[in-house]
Design a binder for this molecule. Structure first.
Ligand code: ATP
Length: 280
């Protein structure tokens, strides 16, 4: 592999075939107030249908903010976001957000948790149960359908969260450091499993991580952000076939490239956070 970054053409027309198209997207939190805080600036990014894109950047550079905007939970201050050609204006079951900390309802069974979104949508009980069973089978937890969340390990609970998202048959999974709280072995298993289910479902994935190893294992493309306000510094294609051997020369080379791309941004983010702390 010849590791190289790609320059995005911001004038490229939005295609209804692309899962996500961001054009000039910026976000200022508390805009117009004295607490105004610019989190993102000038984001131009397309995500193809079925593509797995990893967002990598220093802490506070706006990765989660971009997921919230694409989810439709927040509006950008500037620019436009389209989902299969239509402007994103509100949340949609076609776009599922999964966080690091799963919030399963402890008083509901695993199956009821997975079916929760379907019950809000008004699907009949038999259809909900069937969809929950199928989604749990996809994550290898069909046998846990009647268990309570506190009977499961952290990795299993995270799989239930993925099953809950899959049950809605989303076209896009927005994942915010979903495996960061897991131990190394469970995390590696979850990465394999996520690749399997995303390929089987055909959903696009936008995945935030701080782990360069995770980015190398998972991504079709890695988007590297600058320190805040987050801008896209580089978009690095990852053409190696999966499963990837992390010690293969191409993977080692890519890790080095991403480490170097991130280093100066992480230093800049640290310096800014220190300055902020000093001024109280
Ligand atoms: N709801 C909010 N209101 C005001 N400011 C916010 C809000 N959410 C995030 N921010 C600020 O926006 C900036 C970007 O935050 P965000 O969480 O998107 O970054 P991140 O890259 O995901 O960070 P991390 O990697 O540490 O999770 C930060 O300075 C943060 O304090």
């Amino acid at each position: 592999m010849e590791a190289c970054s790609v320059v995005f053409d911001p004038h490229r027309p939005v295609s209804s075939a692309d899962a996500v198209a961001c054009r000039g997207v910026g976000k200022i939190w508390a805009a117009g107030t004295e607490r105004a805080h610019e989190a993102l600036a000038g984001i131009d990014l397309d995500v193809a249908a079925g593509e797995f894109v990893v967002l990598l950047g220093p802490s506070g550079c706006g990765k989660s903010t971009l997921l919230y905007l694409i989810a439709g939970l927040e509006a950008p201050t500037s620019g436009e976001i389209c989902f299969f050609g239509d402007p994103v204006e509100r949340p949609s079951p076609d776009r599922s957000l999964i966080f690091q900390e799963t919030s399963l309802f402890p008083w509901l069974s695993v199956g009821q948790n997975v079916a929760f979104g379907l019950s809000i949508r008004g699907d009949p009980p038999e259809a909900r149960r069937a969809a929950a069973r199928e989604a749990l089978a996809r994550v290898g937890l069909a046998a846990a359908i009647d268990k309570r969340p506190d009977e499961l390990s952290g990795g299993m609970r995270q799989r239930v969260a993925v099953a809950r998202a899959l049950a809605m048959r989303p076209k896009l999974l927005l994942m915010d450091e979903p495996f960061a709280a897991l131990d190394v072995q469970t995390r590696a298993k979850m990465q394999d499993f996520l690749l399997d289910v995303s390929q089987a479902s055909g959903a696009s994935v936008l995945f935030v991580t701080h782990s360069i190893d995770e980015a190398v294992a998972l991504a079709d493309r890695v988007v590297v952000f600058t320190a805040r306000p987050g801008r896209i510094k580089e978009i690095v294609p990852v053409p190696m076939p999966r499963p990837r051997d992390p010690f293969a020369p191409d993977c080692v080379k890519l890790r080095r490239l991403l480490t170097e791309a991130l280093r100066s941004e992480v230093d800049r983010a640290f310096a800014e956070q220190e300055a902020l702390a000093a001024t109280g």
